[in-house]
Design a protein around this ligand. Sequence first.
Ligand code: MN
Length: 748
Amino acid sequence: MIRQYELIEKVRAYNPKADVGLINRAYVYSMKAHGNQKRASGQPYLVHPLAVAGILADLQLDDASIAVGLLHDTLEDTLSTYDEIKGLFGQEVADLTEGVTKLSKISFEDKAVEQAENFRKLLLAMSKDIRVLLIKLADRVHNMRTLGAFSNEQKKRRIARETMDIYAQLADRIGLHALKAELEDLAFQILEPDEYTAITRRMADWREQDDLVGRVTAVLKDELTKAGIKAEVSGREKAIYSIYTKMVRKSLAFDQLTDIVAYRIVTDTKRECYEVLGMLHDRFKAIPGRFKDYISAPKPNGYQSLHTSVVGPFGNRMEVQIRTREMHEIAENGVAAHWLYKPAEGTNVKAEETQLAARPAHDSRSSPYRWLKSLVEQLQGVDDPAEFYENAKLELFSDNVFAFTPKGDVVQLPRGATPLDFAYAVHSNLGNKTVSAKVNGSVVPLRRVLENGDMVEIVTSPHQHPNPGWREFVVSSRARAAINRFLRQQERVEQVRLGREILEKAARRDGWSWTEKEFAKIVTKLPVQQVESVEDAFAALGQGRLFPRQVMEIMAPELAQPLSPAKAADKAAEKAVERMAKRKAEESAGRIVDEAVGLEGITPGMSVHFAKCCSPLPGEDIVGIIATGKGINIHMRTCKNLEQFVDQPDRWLPVRWSSTAEHGDLRQFICRLRFHVKNDPGALALITSTIANADANIIEIATENRNLDSTSIRCEMEIKSKEHLNKLIQHLSGLKVMLRVEKIYGWS
Ligand code: MN
């Protein structure tokens, strides 16, 4: 248990200029406010805020944070008020205390939507001042350390689950690795007590066996001295939970684990890191595929190190992490270490921005705020909390892929990202204008999944614009938000145009006229919500939220008779007419060619899907079916599935391939073929090379049936058009080994 004077000493050790008076006053205030409150353990309540402040001092935070550590429970659990704290300790301390209190009220056990909304609140609170999260995490660590005092088993498990799922992840994300490991181990102990005990016992046995760590460390020190490199060597055991997840993930027994201990070599300079690496690979056998250079490509949270695994001096496989002292600081304390170099006004997102601008570009990539900043940017564009939560969770909890621009800049993307995600990550204007992409020099489909280290070149056209189909394969929330934003804007333009047309027609029909100027004067009087400008009013008319008659009642009241019941029926009929007018206008707009999709008869912005049952290719006879949800499904005119729509003629939409699509200039489409092949050696190689030479991409190829003398193979590939497919089939049929080629409809 830490005492007040010990806390002050701890703070002074790293911050000699700390405002000791502030911390002391916060201590006294907290003591008075909490009075004789007791914790579940029976200890005086004050033990808790003191411990939280102590943890914050371990992270070397500023005096305001330490003070808030002491005050953090006063607003919630005592009679204190925001104004009182503001009066005594100033705005900064009051705001931080309030931020932590708000955060404490957020619970993640509720239903999905509430959970999403809460998550959004959490991120917003954090983005205002990252210290709020640091204090909340310190609070959670101490609560987890003392959770044993609770007798309510269910509540304990709930808190442990929340710690594991949310707080440990957040700690990891801002680079507080030691804290994350502690939170996980504490939660794991409650969630899986048997597993926890078993691994702890094995660890104790293993530690006693022989002093392997000591012997390896001695050898490494010796080698470094011989090589003339000054560096510190240490060996650190993995956390219990991370050992457990490794055993589960790789289905390994405890004895099969090779990295219970990670050896760490800390140098003075970056150059020495690479020298140490060279020495290790020279002296010991490197294990292939285990080398990772997080120095030139830092992790999203700013982590930098070289990782390698070698066969050690005693035949032991071992992982070694090599880093400079500064990298080590950041690896241990993450955002808190960055925080030490904060600008005077405190570490909020705005301050970070100025910091980013001041620093060279390669530095900003390792900033722990980058992800937070981009999340906050997205907060502005997403209306649906559930959608936001899904996107944010995806960004927050999944691994990343690093790709390179042609100039060699690193772009960090969520796993599964495509060249389109890449383009949007660079700039949303680049994304919006993307036509095609080259990966490592060759043209690939936009939906190709990027791998670590891919060099991506984006080809743009000023005439390009996002199409709804893109949403199906982008994975980053940044790309999805940008595409949605564009489509929404476009939808709006269309609605405004439509609304204007509807109003013009209606006025002509009813014998009155209007000017935009007159209309502008009365828009706020219209009986419809969220209309503040003429454009809004047109959009409302286009959406069918507002009717021309309602406009007439205000602009030409002498013509608008009060409604009798009979007239009400007329009005309903009138509405039907307006709806028809709207549909007609849509149809006339439908003649526009959507070059991005390659179809005529589709309004750009409409969501188009190519039916999987028949996978139509450009050049083939097609028809559109208006889907029950949103958008259009494109089928081949011969597709069997069309039968079910025979009695719903209003869902059929005439569509045609555009000429560019037919010439295969646009993009790739999916096509599936079945080959019946003689069982000759090399047959498969011959087929795949023929397909590659014909400029088609194989997505999947699999053997279906193998008979005595023939085999059937199915193959899914990307094809540009019907013409392209016919040529390919010609080539394939010409092969000696080929018995028959057929197109597959449906893919089981
Ligand atoms: Mn607390």
